[in-house]
Every structure is written in structure tokens, then in C-alpha cells.
Design a protein. Structure first.
Length: 255
């Protein structure tokens, strides 16, 4: 089992789960959003858990759809390899007709480090992964930076940050779609503070780091995964050259 095998596996699992979700979406339609969200979450979770149990039987898994007991299993904290997955990131967007900002996340954590990851964006027809990290186009010279924020609950301090650094806010759905937007050139940064979990960011952060982007907590400290408490309340992902400006602005706002 090589490192590249893990990269490829993450990409294949995320892509296949995404294809299954897209097919379910097309088959069920959007008349009952609640049932569509529930069915999508469960179907994608079961597919990923079965595949990882079969293909990486010695590894642990932390999934958003796991039970509380499974999340607190001490074997996960002793494991050297843990897959961190979000079977359906952006359930709200998944169940809204026409929306493309939802994703599937598959990441591998090994001995304290994210070593492989993939973010499938099925409605956009692409998967970003550490197999071949994306190369984003250069930002337009002199253009105002754009910061991705939640389309339903943008943090108030990010609005103040945008005004402070002269940036525009771009509402996007799932966390994976927001971080992917940094990597594809749709925005230059993603700033969030208001509650998340490890599965919301592990896979897109793995891809972002492999692509040379900046990723940290909003105080500049390192993002840590496979922790006893999987909550990870804030995050900054940006072009590396923009990160010092954003971090300085965040510090000024929190004084």
C-alpha cells in the first residue's frame, strides 16, 4: 500500500459517492427536500463505510454520519491512520434544485498529518484531490480580493474584515465548495468562525495544502485533526500572499 494508493483511493471514493448522490438527486427530485437530504446522507455514508472497511480494514474512520458512540471510540484516537469523511457536505444545497455547491469529502489522517484527500463536486462535474493538486489561475492584477462566506449565516466579523481589507464577500454553500472555490480561482479566501467539525474541512484542507494554499485557524495556529472532540470552530483558507493581511485584520478586529 503506497501513499499514492491512498491519494487515488480518496479520489475514487469521493467521486463514486458523488455520482451516486447525483443519480439519487435526479431520481427522487426535489418535492421532499427533507427526505432527499436524509436519504442522501445515509446512502453516501453506508457506501463509504463499506468501501473503507473492505479496502482499508485496518484503518479507523471518523464520519459525520457516525453515531456518538462511534465518534467517541478510543480506538480512533490510538490509530495511526484515520479516514475523515463527510458523506454529503452541504445537505441544504443538495436538496435545492439547480444548486451546484455541495460536495463529498474523503481525507486520510496519518500520525498527526493530513496525507491524502479529495473533494468531489458532482454537480460541477469535477473532483479536486491530492492525486494531482489543482493549479489555480493567477488573480487579476489590482482586483479586490473575494472572500467566500456562508450563504445562510455569514459571520458578522467577516463582514467587518471585508470592509477593513477592501474585499468582497461571495456567498457559497458547503465548506468544501467554498475551499474549492479558493483553489479554482472563484475567490481568493474563505474565512469562517461559527462552528464546524473536522469532517467539514479535512479533505478540502488536505487538497488546499497540497496545492500550496494557506490553511489555519483564524488566529494563525495549525489546524488539528483526529482530536477527542471533533469540533473545529473556525478556519482560514486563502492564497498564501493574502493570508498575512487577513490574519492581521482578524487580530485587529478581536482586540
Amino acid at each position: 500500500m503506497t501513499v499514492r494508493d491512498d491519494h487515488t483511493l480518496a479520489a475514487e471514493l469521493a467521486t463514486t459517492a458523488g455520482e451516486k448522490l447525483a443519480a439519487l438527486r435526479a431520481e427522487r427530485g426535489f418535492d421532499n427536500p427533507s427526505e432527499l437530504r436524509k436519504e442522501g446522507d445515509i446512502a453516501s455514508h453506508l457506501f463509504l463505510m463499506e468501501a473503507l472497511a473492505r479496502l482499508r480494514p485496518g484503518d479507523s474512520v471518523l464520519s459525520e454520519e457516525a453515531t456518538s458512540e462511534e465518534r467517541l471510540d478510543p480506538r480512533r484516537l490510538r490509530a495511526e491512520r484515520v479516514w475523515i469523511v463527510d458523506p454529503l457536505d452541504g445537505t441544504r444545497e443538495f436538496a435545492e434544485e439547480g444548486r451546484e455547491d455541495w460536495a463529498v469529502h474523503v481525507a486520510l489522517w496519518e500520525r498527526g498529518t493530513l496525507t491524502a484527500g479529495a473533494v468531489a463536486l458532482p454537480a460541477q462535474g469535477r473532483t479536486l484531490s491530492t492525486v494531482e493538486p489543482p493549479v489555480r489561475p493567477a488573480p487579476e492584477a489590482g482586483a479586490r480580493p473575494r472572500i467566500a462566506v456562508s450563504r445562510t449565516r455569514p459571520p458578522e466579523f467577516v463582514q467587518k474584515l471585508a470592509a477593513l481589507v477592501g474585499a468582497d464577500l461571495v456567498p457559497i454553500g458547503s465548506a468544501g465548495a467554498k475551499i474549492s472555490a479558493v483553489l479554482t480561482g472563484a475567490v481568493e479566501a474563505y474565512v469562517h468562525a461559527g462552528g464546524q467539525y473536522e469532517w467539514d474541512s479535512a479533505a478540502p484542507v488536505a487538497v488546499a495544502l497540497a496545492a500550496g494554499a494557506h490553511a489555519s485557524r483564524i488566529d494563525g495556529s495549525q489546524l488539528a485533526y483526529n482530536q477527542p472532540d471533533p469540533s473545529l470552530p473556525d478556519i482560514l483558507v486563502s492564497l498564501p500572499g493574502l493570508a498575512p493581511t487577513l490574519l492581521a485584520g482578524i487580530r485587529d478586529l478581536h482586540r
